[in-house]
Design a protein around this ligand. Structure first.
Ligand SMILES: [Zn+2]
Length: 55
């Protein structure tokens, strides 16, 4: 798939400044407000063994 669009950039809820993406979230370069999304995609450990029988 393609990357994130520029239009998906968040804006600071305090002053509306375009936030910059940091490690694990976004930070406002103006006031230092940080938004850290708590959405974590956890993949369940799918345990599927090979059920192929020879013959
Ligand atoms: Zn701000």
């Amino acid at each position: 798939m393609d990357e994130l669009d520029d239009g998906a950039q968040l804006r600071c809820p305090a002053d509306g400044i375009l936030m910059r993406d940091i490690d694990g979230g976004w930070e406002c370069p103006e006031c230092g407000h940080v938004i850290a999304p708590v959405v974590k995609i956890v993949m369940p450990p799918a345990f599927r063994g090979p059920t192929v029988h020879g013959g």
